[in-house]
Design a protein around this ligand. Structure first.
Ligand SMILES: *Cc1c(COP(=O)(O)O)cnc(C)c1O
Length: 227
């Protein structure tokens, strides 16, 4: 299967899941996750209409930044070290992985210094896995409100990575909890919007769509397996 065939198939599955849930497919944004994918293959996806690219490492994002056509949105989806924040402010459209207070303060400091406002999602460790980054659900409300009050930082929603499973139905409760949390935070007084819910990857994106995701981060279903 070519990248274009895969892309077509993924879009069909997103549309079908959206229709099952009574949602409009157009409200769902696809971030093509390009980690380990070489620029020439990324360009094929761009020809196929992909306009948002996601990387989980700053170094790899910067390497590819100039190798793909301009005008695309870059999304940082993986853990961000505080000492790399200054390398990406102004380059990425959305940081999906705000996962600590130290990082919130550093993004605020760097963005303010550059007269920029960084759009971020708060990563929530819904399942409480010790191997994953993210704010625990019980601390999310206080964290979101405090982060939203920092200058230079615009909190626009929540992100989660569901536990790995071969049975996507099993992670439905995780997605549902993130959606519930976003609903509860919707009326916060600190100015955080809950416009984006970034959840759903190759193995579970249809369930995520059914549970309200409007940003999907999909790699292997588009580009094939990674080494
Ligand atoms: C790699 C990655 C993805 C995409 O995973 P696939 O299973 O290849 O779709 C999504 N989100 C994050 C944070 C990732 O690191």
């Amino acid at each position: 299967m070519s990248v274009l065939d895969n892309l077509h198939r993924v879009r069909e599955r997103i549309d079908a899941a959206a229709r099952r849930a009574g949602r409009r497919p157009e409200e769902i944004k696809l971030v093509a996750v390009t980690k380990t994918v070489p620029p020439e293959i990324i360009r094929q996806a761009v020809k196929g209409g992909v306009s948002r690219l996601g990387e989980n490492r700053v170094q790899e994002l910067l390497k590819k930044y100039n190798d793909v056509p301009p005008g695309l949105e870059w999304h940082l989806i993986g853990h961000l070290q505080t000492n790399k924040v200054n390398k990406i402010i102004g380059k990425v459209a959305l940081i999906h992985s705000l996962d600590s207070w130290r990082l919130a303060e550093e993004i605020s400091r760097v963005a303010s210094g550059a007269n920029a406002v960084a759009s971020v999602l708060v990563q929530v460790n819904v399942a409480g896995e010790v191997t994953k980054y993210g704010i625990l659900p019980s601390e999310a409300e206080d964290f979101v409100e405090a982060a939203a009050r920092l200058p230079g930082l615009n909190v626009r929603g929540l992100m989660t990575i569901a536990p790995w499973t071969s049975e996507p139905e099993e992670v439905r409760p995780v997605f549902r909890q993130l959606k519930d949390l976003a609903m509860r935070l919707m009326n916060n007084k600190a100015g955080a919007t809950m416009e984006y819910l970034s959840m759903g990857m190759s193995g579970d994106f249809e369930v995520a769509v059914e549970e309200g995701a409007n940003i999907l981060r999909i790699g292997t279903a588009i580009f094939g397996g990674r080494q």
